[in-house]
Ligand binder design. Structure first.
Ligand code: G6P
Length: 367
């Protein structure tokens, strides 16, 4: 493959830094920025006619799908079932006639995702896929594909493919919302404008490197980390924990912040940092109260927030990573970056094989 690391130490670092550009390419494929509209790209089903969408994927692609569920349900009022592909394929889910299936895969070759696709084929519903490799088996077996324009991803831990999957899901959300009449032309324009700013916000997020390195030095001394978030920050907390596990080998768990008191709070002590992803959104105060519960038990908090959040979070944190204030719709795309960077810098400090972590494969083509 004719891809090199350029000036970067690792492919993962290079791929993290490519994000403003590849997000921009991907969004431009699905949105008409000049008119402020979502483009009229081909769809293998009519969003206005389906009553459910079943999404299925593995690993980081699954977490992109989880964010897609929040978006499609909120903005397009489309009920979404989301499953880990290895569960979906065996759980014999009934798929009503007026539903459609969406698979998400960087490689387009993941065995469990492909098996889920074939299950849906048997159920006779229209099949679509978000893929990065257009010549893949999943792409070939789908009725319609939505390519991510991320370019080849070499690092085993997915980064730019993830934010490009989110970019496609955001565009699909707008198409769905339009077809279902749940957003007005003005709202569409405003959301498209917000997405058009994602590459610029992503560039700003990349500049947080030094603050993130400081947090990474803290993490390099611990054995367990808890990651918390609400709403779309919950899948991001899962992604943050997954990334830490994958490349730094630190045991990390992602939890919905509201679920803290139903278990993980028992683990909190001075030894286990708690990373909280909490932009100043409409449920910010709820997350702040979860952080207070952590602080009251001697837990050390690392807060990933925006300027408003940093001003309004009245509590002591070990470290606060401050992003620019970004509109709620694009926030998941932007907040993915500090989460990736944190795992990356921690792994570098710990001296692991960042691009080829032990026991993992880029593409899992066996069950
Ligand atoms: C492997 C990779 C992950 C990836 C997952 C799904 O576990 O290490 O980075 O998210 O497979 O891969 P896919 O190619 O289907 O997106």
């Amino acid at each position: 493959l004719l891809v090199d690391k350029g000036n970067h130490r690792h492919f993962m670092e290079k791929e993290i830094h490519e994000q403003p550009e590849v997000i921009s390419h991907t969004l431009a494929h699905y949105l008409n920025f000049a008119e402020g509209t979502v483009a009229d790209f081909d769809l293998p089903f009519d969003f206005g006619k389906i009553e459910r969408l079943a999404i299925s994927a593995c690993g980081t692609a699954y977490l992109a799908g989880l964010i897609g569920k929040y978006w499609l349900e909120r903005y397009a009022r489309l009920p979404v079932d989301i499953d880990i592909a290895s569960e979906f394929r065996y759980r014999e889910m009934p798929l009503p006639k007026n539903s459609a299936a969406l698979f998400i895969s960087q490689s387009g070759e993941t065995a469990d995702t492909l098996a889920s696709l074939r299950y849906c084929r048997g159920e006779g519903v229209p099949i679509s896929a978000i893929v990065n490799v257009r010549e893949s088996t999943i792409a070939r077996e789908s009725d319609g594909i939505f390519p991510t324009l991320a370019g080849p991803e070499i690092g085993v831990a997915s980064t730019k493919a993830f934010t490009c999957q989110l970019s496609v899901l955001a565009a699909l959300t707008l198409r769905a919302a339009k077809a279902r009449g749940t957003i007005s032309a003005e709202e569409e324009q405003s959301l498209v404008r917000q997405l058009s700013e994602a590459p610029r916000f992503a560039s700003q997020a990349l500049k947080l490197s030094s603050g993130i390195e400081k947090v990474a030095r803290e993490l390099s001394h611990v054995r367990h980390v808890l990651y918390l978030g609400r709403d779309t920050n919950y899948p991001l907390a899962l992604e943050g924990a997954l990334k830490l596990k994958e490349i730094s080998y630190i045991h990390a768990e992602g939890y919905a912040a509201g679920e803290l008191k139903h278990g993980p709070i028992a683990l909190i002590d001075e030894q286990m940092p708690v990373i909280v992803i909490a932009p100043h959104d409409r449920i910010f105060e709820k997350t702040v109260s979860n952080m207070q519960e952590v602080a009251a038990r001697g837990g050390r908090i690392i807060l990933i927030t925006d300027e408003k959040g940093a001003k309004n979070a009245t509590l002591d944190t070990l470290e606060t990573v401050v992003l620019p204030d970004v509109p709620e719709f694009v926030a998941p795309i932007i907040y993915a970056l500090p989460v990736q960077m944190l795992a990356y810098h921690t792994a570098v400090i710990m001296g692991t094989d960042v691009d080829q972590p032990r026991n993992l494969a880029k593409s899992v083509t066996v069950e």
